[in-house]
Design a protein around this ligand. Structure first.
Ligand code: IDP
Ligand code: MG
Length: 139
């Protein structure tokens, strides 16, 4: 599964009208979309998705933000997908994200940082199956 990663275009980027521009960056960087949906997380689903962060001080802020509006969820395929996608999105804090990265271009704060990208092959698989069943993944 090392050729797959999972992403979400977060509510801030959807609200600001950046879905098209972000998908264009993803395509241009050579990622193939093998599953995609426009959806909205309930508070409960956001809490489950970000369970690993439940002890962090920003947890409530994070799950309230992630459930406040629609998102785009997608599974992406490319050689070295997880690492290459983290490079494409840039640092968690947009002030530290390299020029031209998605977070540098579209994020507004540490919390409202436009996109999610899985941090390991294992989490990419877990996060992908959180949002998609096997019949929705068209590889
Ligand atoms: P990542 O998305 O770059 O992997 P993580 O440390 O896994 O960053 O944090 C998950 C998400 O939690 C971030 O993308 C961001 O939306 C939010 N977050 C992280 N740190 C903070 C913070 O200090 N304040 C508010 N939200 C944060
Ligand atoms: Mg993370």
């Amino acid at each position: 599964m090392s050729n797959r990663t999972f992403t979400m275009i977060k509510p801030d980027a959807v609200e600001h009208g950046h879905i098209g521009s972000i998908l264009e960056k993803i395509n241009s960087a050579g990622f193939k979309i093998i599953a995609m949906k426009y959806t909205k997380l309930s508070l409960e689903k956001a809490e489950k998705f970000y369970e690993v962060h439940s002890e962090r001080p920003f947890f409530n802020e994070l799950v309230t933000f992630m459930s406040r509006g629609p998102i785009v969820a997608a599974i992406l395929e490319k050689e070295n997908a997880v690492e290459d996608f983290r490079k494409l999105i840039g640092s968690t804090n947009p002030a530290e994200a390299k020029e031209g990265t998605i977070r540098n271009l579209y994020a507004t704060s540490m919390g409202e940082n436009a996109v999610h990208g899985s941090d390991s092959d294992e989490n990419a698989a877990i996060e992908g199956s959180f949002h998609f069943n096997s019949s929705e993944i068209l590889s």
